[in-house]
Design a protein around this ligand. Structure first.
Ligand code: SAH
Length: 217
């Protein structure tokens, strides 16, 4: 785990690219500038870590494209020490960005291999406000609910009711909803116990949000 001047330079270029693509939130850009994305990728992809692209992380999953990470993070309207549930830890990169922005993060992953790897890396990086769980995110994380924000980083067929139930009043759920060909980003705000306000935003393509734990392989 080494973060060199060269990596820092590549990160600065990535941040400039994101600005050109319309990311304006300075705190989010600073977090992307601060977190070494190459730590979250296999050695083979190190040279590509600062391209604005998704990459394979094993178990048929991908690390999200930095633009998508910035886009989803922006929709959360994070406040310092917000309690955030992330579904789909994957590499752990998105969780690290949330923690860099001051959130207390609960992140769940259904692939044991990815869970173990991300948990170890985040610990090594000293990101102690991230709590990793090996569990099925379609159930949310009832024992730690309610959450100020919930972020789903896999494409769902529909919005699971239990995620709405685990949202604090005033809380925000960001979730891509659609089918395997593509999803629309949805941002749902809980107004009170029974009322939710839904916005449908841009199109994306995420790996599928699947129920149950993955079998070991
Ligand atoms: N946020 C990740 C992106 C990971 S891709 C990152 O920054 O790298 C989406 C992840 O969601 C995959 O790792 C996949 O295994 C996981 N996933 C899909 N369905 C899930 C579920 N029901 N519960 C928990 N994780 C799930």
């Amino acid at each position: 785990m080494k973060d060199s001047y060269r990596h820092k330079g590549m990160r600065r270029r990535l941040v400039n690219q994101l600005r050109e693509k319309g990311v304006t939130d300075e705190a989010i850009l600073a977090a992307i500038g601060a977190i070494p994305r190459h730590f979250f990728l296999d050695k083979a992809f190190e040279e590509h870590a600062y391209e604005d692209k998704p990459f394979p992380i094993g178990h048929e999953q991908t690390i999200s494209q930095p633009y998508t990470v910035a886009y989803q993070t922006n929709l959360l309207h994070l406040k310092p020490s917000d309690k955030v549930l992330e579904i789909g830890t994957g590499s752990g990169y998105q969780a690290a960005i949330l923690a860099a922005l001051g959130a207390v993060v609960y992140t769940v992953e259904r692939q044991e291999g990815l869970f173990l790897k991300a948990k170890e890396l985040l610990k090594k990086m000293g990101l102690t406000t991230i709590h990793c769980f090996f569990s099925d995110g379609t159930l949310g994380l009832a024992e730690h609910a309610p959450f100020d924000k919930i972020l789903v980083t896999a494409g769902a067929k529909e919005v699971p009711n239990c995620l709405l139930e685990q949202l604090a009043i005033g809380g925000i759920l960001v979730i891509p909803v659609g089918n395997a060909d593509g999803q629309y980003m949805m941002r749902i705000q809980r107004k009170d116990k029974y009322q939710f306000e839904t916005e449908t935003l841009d199109a994306f393509k995420f790996v599928p949000f699947l129920g149950g734990l993955a079998s070991r392989h």
